[in-house]
Design a protein around this ligand. Structure first.
Ligand code: PRP
Ligand code: URA
Length: 210
Protein backbone atom coordinates (compact mmCIF):
# COMPACT_ATOMS: atom_id res chain seq x y z
CA UNK A 1 0.00 0.00 0.00
CA UNK A 2 1.13 3.52 -0.75
CA UNK A 3 2.89 5.31 2.12
CA UNK A 4 3.28 9.03 1.66
CA UNK A 5 4.38 11.34 4.41
CA UNK A 6 4.30 14.79 2.98
CA UNK A 7 1.97 16.71 0.77
CA UNK A 8 3.30 18.58 -2.26
CA UNK A 9 4.93 21.95 -1.54
CA UNK A 10 3.38 25.03 -3.06
CA UNK A 11 3.86 28.72 -2.26
CA UNK A 12 0.24 29.29 -1.13
CA UNK A 13 0.50 26.46 1.40
CA UNK A 14 4.02 27.55 2.45
CA UNK A 15 2.64 31.00 3.27
CA UNK A 16 0.05 29.51 5.61
CA UNK A 17 2.65 27.27 7.24
CA UNK A 18 4.88 30.33 7.78
CA UNK A 19 1.96 32.03 9.57
CA UNK A 20 1.31 29.18 11.99
CA UNK A 21 5.02 29.01 12.87
CA UNK A 22 4.90 32.71 13.82
CA UNK A 23 4.20 33.09 17.59
CA UNK A 24 2.62 36.49 16.82
CA UNK A 25 -0.23 34.86 14.88
CA UNK A 26 -3.33 35.15 17.07
CA UNK A 27 -5.87 32.48 17.92
CA UNK A 28 -8.49 33.27 15.28
CA UNK A 29 -5.99 33.46 12.44
CA UNK A 30 -4.17 30.36 13.70
CA UNK A 31 -7.39 28.30 13.60
CA UNK A 32 -8.30 29.63 10.21
CA UNK A 33 -4.83 28.71 8.87
CA UNK A 34 -5.30 25.15 10.16
CA UNK A 35 -8.64 24.96 8.36
CA UNK A 36 -7.08 26.04 5.10
CA UNK A 37 -4.30 23.49 5.50
CA UNK A 38 -7.02 20.88 6.09
CA UNK A 39 -8.50 21.69 2.69
CA UNK A 40 -5.11 21.26 1.00
CA UNK A 41 -4.47 17.94 2.71
CA UNK A 42 -8.00 16.76 1.94
CA UNK A 43 -7.57 17.47 -1.77
CA UNK A 44 -4.20 15.69 -1.78
CA UNK A 45 -5.68 12.61 -0.09
CA UNK A 46 -8.69 12.61 -2.45
CA UNK A 47 -6.33 12.00 -5.37
CA UNK A 48 -5.52 8.59 -3.89
CA UNK A 49 -9.10 7.48 -3.29
CA UNK A 50 -11.15 5.49 -5.76
CA UNK A 51 -13.08 7.60 -8.26
CA UNK A 52 -15.91 6.82 -10.62
CA UNK A 53 -17.04 8.38 -13.88
CA UNK A 54 -20.38 10.23 -13.61
CA UNK A 55 -22.21 11.54 -16.64
CA UNK A 56 -24.38 14.63 -16.40
CA UNK A 57 -26.72 16.31 -18.87
CA UNK A 58 -26.59 20.11 -18.60
CA UNK A 59 -29.50 22.50 -19.18
CA UNK A 60 -28.29 22.80 -22.78
CA UNK A 61 -29.16 19.16 -23.29
CA UNK A 62 -25.53 18.13 -23.69
CA UNK A 63 -23.83 15.34 -21.80
CA UNK A 64 -20.44 15.60 -20.19
CA UNK A 65 -18.58 13.62 -17.51
CA UNK A 66 -16.72 14.13 -14.27
CA UNK A 67 -14.77 11.85 -11.95
CA UNK A 68 -16.22 11.80 -8.45
CA UNK A 69 -15.22 9.88 -5.33
CA UNK A 70 -16.74 6.44 -5.35
CA UNK A 71 -17.16 6.56 -1.57
CA UNK A 72 -16.56 9.32 0.96
CA UNK A 73 -14.03 8.47 3.65
CA UNK A 74 -15.09 8.68 7.31
CA UNK A 75 -13.41 11.67 8.95
CA UNK A 76 -12.29 11.33 12.57
CA UNK A 77 -11.27 14.52 14.34
CA UNK A 78 -9.03 14.33 17.41
CA UNK A 79 -9.79 16.83 20.18
CA UNK A 80 -8.69 19.47 20.82
CA UNK A 81 -6.12 20.64 18.33
CA UNK A 82 -7.39 18.47 15.48
CA UNK A 83 -10.73 20.31 15.29
CA UNK A 84 -9.85 23.20 12.94
CA UNK A 85 -7.94 20.80 10.69
CA UNK A 86 -11.01 18.54 10.69
CA UNK A 87 -13.25 21.46 9.62
CA UNK A 88 -10.94 22.15 6.69
CA UNK A 89 -10.92 18.52 5.62
CA UNK A 90 -14.69 18.44 5.81
CA UNK A 91 -14.71 21.04 3.03
CA UNK A 92 -12.81 18.61 0.82
CA UNK A 93 -15.14 15.72 1.81
CA UNK A 94 -18.51 17.40 2.45
CA UNK A 95 -20.50 14.17 2.26
CA UNK A 96 -18.40 12.31 4.81
CA UNK A 97 -19.67 10.86 8.03
CA UNK A 98 -17.63 12.02 11.03
CA UNK A 99 -16.43 10.74 14.35
CA UNK A 100 -14.64 12.45 17.24
CA UNK A 101 -12.08 11.18 19.70
CA UNK A 102 -10.68 12.92 22.76
CA UNK A 103 -7.14 12.07 23.80
CA UNK A 104 -4.93 13.59 26.39
CA UNK A 105 -1.17 13.23 26.56
CA UNK A 106 0.36 12.93 30.02
CA UNK A 107 3.00 15.63 30.05
CA UNK A 108 5.40 13.54 32.18
CA UNK A 109 5.14 10.08 30.63
CA UNK A 110 4.08 11.39 27.15
CA UNK A 111 1.63 8.50 27.00
CA UNK A 112 -1.81 9.37 25.72
CA UNK A 113 -5.13 7.88 26.66
CA UNK A 114 -8.53 8.05 25.03
CA UNK A 115 -11.15 9.78 27.14
CA UNK A 116 -13.97 10.30 24.64
CA UNK A 117 -15.07 8.43 21.54
CA UNK A 118 -18.09 8.93 19.27
CA UNK A 119 -17.82 7.06 15.98
CA UNK A 120 -20.09 6.01 13.12
CA UNK A 121 -19.82 2.46 11.75
CA UNK A 122 -16.37 2.21 10.11
CA UNK A 123 -16.36 -1.46 9.13
CA UNK A 124 -15.07 -1.86 5.56
CA UNK A 125 -14.62 1.91 5.17
CA UNK A 126 -11.62 4.16 4.65
CA UNK A 127 -11.08 6.42 7.64
CA UNK A 128 -9.00 9.56 7.89
CA UNK A 129 -7.65 10.23 11.35
CA UNK A 130 -7.09 13.97 11.77
CA UNK A 131 -4.81 15.50 14.40
CA UNK A 132 -2.79 18.68 13.98
CA UNK A 133 0.42 17.44 15.61
CA UNK A 134 2.07 14.02 15.29
CA UNK A 135 4.85 14.20 17.89
CA UNK A 136 5.83 10.86 19.46
CA UNK A 137 3.06 9.19 17.42
CA UNK A 138 1.63 7.74 20.66
CA UNK A 139 -1.83 9.34 20.27
CA UNK A 140 -2.27 8.24 16.65
CA UNK A 141 -1.13 4.69 17.45
CA UNK A 142 -3.42 4.45 20.48
CA UNK A 143 -6.37 5.54 18.33
CA UNK A 144 -5.40 3.39 15.32
CA UNK A 145 -5.24 0.35 17.61
CA UNK A 146 -8.78 1.02 18.81
CA UNK A 147 -10.05 1.68 15.26
CA UNK A 148 -8.57 -1.55 13.92
CA UNK A 149 -10.85 -3.55 16.23
CA UNK A 150 -13.74 -2.13 14.18
CA UNK A 151 -12.28 -3.46 10.89
CA UNK A 152 -11.94 -0.38 8.67
CA UNK A 153 -10.72 -1.02 5.10
CA UNK A 154 -7.84 1.45 5.48
CA UNK A 155 -6.58 4.07 7.89
CA UNK A 156 -5.07 7.31 6.62
CA UNK A 157 -3.60 9.86 9.02
CA UNK A 158 -3.51 13.60 8.40
CA UNK A 159 -1.44 16.10 10.36
CA UNK A 160 0.00 19.56 9.87
CA UNK A 161 3.38 18.98 11.53
CA UNK A 162 4.87 15.56 12.18
CA UNK A 163 8.21 14.74 13.76
CA UNK A 164 10.52 12.47 11.77
CA UNK A 165 10.72 10.21 14.83
CA UNK A 166 6.91 9.99 15.12
CA UNK A 167 6.58 9.00 11.47
CA UNK A 168 9.25 6.30 11.84
CA UNK A 169 7.42 4.95 14.88
CA UNK A 170 4.10 4.87 13.00
CA UNK A 171 5.70 3.04 10.06
CA UNK A 172 7.25 0.49 12.40
CA UNK A 173 3.90 0.05 14.13
CA UNK A 174 2.02 -0.55 10.85
CA UNK A 175 3.53 -0.07 7.41
CA UNK A 176 0.07 -0.12 5.79
CA UNK A 177 -0.93 3.22 7.38
CA UNK A 178 -1.01 6.04 4.84
CA UNK A 179 0.54 9.04 6.57
CA UNK A 180 0.05 12.59 5.30
CA UNK A 181 1.64 15.62 6.90
CA UNK A 182 2.03 19.13 5.51
CA UNK A 183 5.49 19.34 7.12
CA UNK A 184 7.97 16.97 8.74
CA UNK A 185 10.23 18.51 11.37
CA UNK A 186 13.54 16.96 12.41
CA UNK A 187 13.52 17.09 16.21
CA UNK A 188 11.40 15.85 19.09
CA UNK A 189 12.65 17.37 22.35
CA UNK A 190 12.70 15.64 25.75
CA UNK A 191 9.34 17.21 26.64
CA UNK A 192 7.75 15.64 23.55
CA UNK A 193 7.54 18.91 21.61
CA UNK A 194 8.24 19.06 17.92
CA UNK A 195 11.15 21.39 17.04
CA UNK A 196 11.04 23.88 15.34
CA UNK A 197 7.28 23.09 15.51
CA UNK A 198 4.83 25.77 16.58
CA UNK A 199 4.40 25.20 20.32
CA UNK A 200 1.26 23.69 21.82
CA UNK A 201 -1.28 23.54 19.00
CA UNK A 202 -4.29 23.14 21.34
CA UNK A 203 -3.22 26.18 23.37
CA UNK A 204 -2.58 28.21 20.20
CA UNK A 205 -6.13 27.39 19.02
CA UNK A 206 -8.08 27.78 22.23
CA UNK A 207 -5.91 29.23 25.04
CA UNK A 208 -3.74 27.61 27.65
CA UNK A 209 -5.02 24.36 29.15
CA UNK A 210 -4.79 24.28 32.95
C1 PRP B 1 -1.37 17.07 21.32
C2 PRP B 1 -1.72 17.00 19.85
C3 PRP B 1 -1.84 15.54 19.62
C4 PRP B 1 -0.81 14.96 20.54
C5 PRP B 1 0.38 14.55 19.74
O1 PRP B 1 -2.49 16.90 22.07
O2 PRP B 1 -2.89 17.72 19.54
O3 PRP B 1 -3.12 15.03 19.93
O4 PRP B 1 -0.46 15.99 21.47
O5 PRP B 1 1.34 14.02 20.55
P1 PRP B 1 1.90 12.54 20.41
O6 PRP B 1 2.13 12.28 18.96
O7 PRP B 1 3.18 12.57 21.20
O8 PRP B 1 0.90 11.61 21.03
P2 PRP B 1 -2.61 17.26 23.62
O9 PRP B 1 -2.60 16.02 24.46
O10 PRP B 1 -1.61 18.32 23.97
O11 PRP B 1 -4.08 17.81 23.73
P3 PRP B 1 -4.77 19.09 23.08
O12 PRP B 1 -4.99 18.83 21.61
O13 PRP B 1 -6.05 19.12 23.84
O14 PRP B 1 -3.91 20.29 23.35
N1 URA C 1 1.55 18.62 20.78
C1 URA C 1 1.66 19.93 20.41
O1 URA C 1 0.66 20.65 20.46
N2 URA C 1 2.85 20.39 20.03
C2 URA C 1 3.94 19.62 19.96
O2 URA C 1 5.01 20.11 19.58
C3 URA C 1 3.82 18.27 20.34
C4 URA C 1 2.61 17.79 20.74
Amino acid sequence: MNTKSRIRKNPALERILYKIRDPATGREEFRSCLERIGEYIGVEISLELEQERKRITTSLGKETEHFLLKESPVLIGVLRAGLPLYYGMQKAFPESESGFIGTMRDEKTLKSHISYCALPDIEGKTVILIDTMLATGGSMIEIAEMLKEKNPRAIITASVIASRQGIERMRTYDSSLRIYSAVIDPILNDKGYIVPGLGDAGDRCYGEKK
